[in-house]
Design a protein around this ligand. Structure first.
Ligand code: ZN
Ligand code: FE
Length: 256
């Protein structure tokens, strides 16, 4: 299996930057570009030269660094076909089912709309890694801004179906607040209780709680668990469609 190096770093107020590198072929991508200076500093710290930006969605805290980084490095910007007009500097448009080579790795593109209408996710099976932008968070999910609960639920279904050992890289460090909220939805979930304690410890030590894994999210993320009887009962939604239960959890989070 070809090796993929992954370097995650915090930037802006609560975003993550992520750099990935195939050392053998000398390609380096920034997953989104929240802030050009922060990405440039991370590249310098690693001694890496940027060749690509992979944009997940058009929001400024994910594309704000695109043009400056492109001017500096002449990197190729790959981004969502559905948001090409809103993605600064985009060179190559991709969407559901598309694949492209990143060094020796194959990147698979999933459409994951809901947070934004054209949001995409980059999955690299050979590295067991997925880059989900603002669709899924650790113990949470993105706000549904340009879609509805049913659309977002379909997107989360795709992520639920990935191999459990897949490492999940998300756009933001929201885990501690997400855990507090999740415990109001499923207080009896022991895996969630344990993880909430671990998250508190990591944050107290100033450490990131990401990446997570699909397996851990399936066990602890209430937004992926509308099928659980205890949650359905607590929400008074027994046997309702899963997307509706998901939507109710999302509404409650919005109000929390
Ligand atoms: Zn966003
Ligand atoms: Fe964001």
């Amino acid at each position: 299996m070809p090796k993929l190096e992954i370097h995650q770093f915090p930037c802006l107020s609560d975003n993550f930057g992520v750099l990935i590198r195939d050392a053998e072929q000398g390609v380096v991508a920034s997953i989104d570009a929240p802030d050009a200076n922060a990405v440039t500093a991370a590249l310098a710290a690693k001694g890496w030269r940027l060749t690509h930006i992979l944009t997940t969605h058009h929001h400024h805290d994910h594309t704000g660094g695109n043009l400056a980084l492109k001017a500096e490095t002449a990197c190729t910007i790959i981004g969502p076909r559905g948001e090409a007009a809103k993605t600064p500097g985009i060179d190559k448009q991709v969407g559901e089912g598309d694949t492209f080579a990143f060094g020796a790795h194959q990147v698979r593109v999933l459409d994951t709309p809901g947070h934004t209408a054209g949001h995409i996710t980059y999955w690299i099976p050979s590295a067991n890694a997925v880059f989900v932008g603002d669709t899924l968070f650790a113990i949470g999910c993105g706000r549904v801004i340009e879609g509805n609960a049913q659309i977002m639920w379909q997107s989360l279904q795709k992520l639920k179906a990935l191999p459990k050992e897949t490492a999940v890289y998300c756009g933001h460090e929201y885990t501690q607040a997400n855990a507090r909220f999740a415990l109001t939805i499923e207080p009896e979930n022991e895996a969630l209780q344990k993880r909430a304690r671990e998250v508190d410890q990591l944050r107290a030590a100033g450490k990131a709680t990401l990446p997570t894994t699909i397996g851990l999210e399936l066990e602890t993320n209430p937004f992926l668990r509308p099928h659980v009887p205890a949650i359905q009962k607590r929400l008074d939604m027994v046997a309702k469609p899963e997307w509706q239960i998901f939507g109710e959890i999302r509404e409650r989070k919005n109000r929390s």
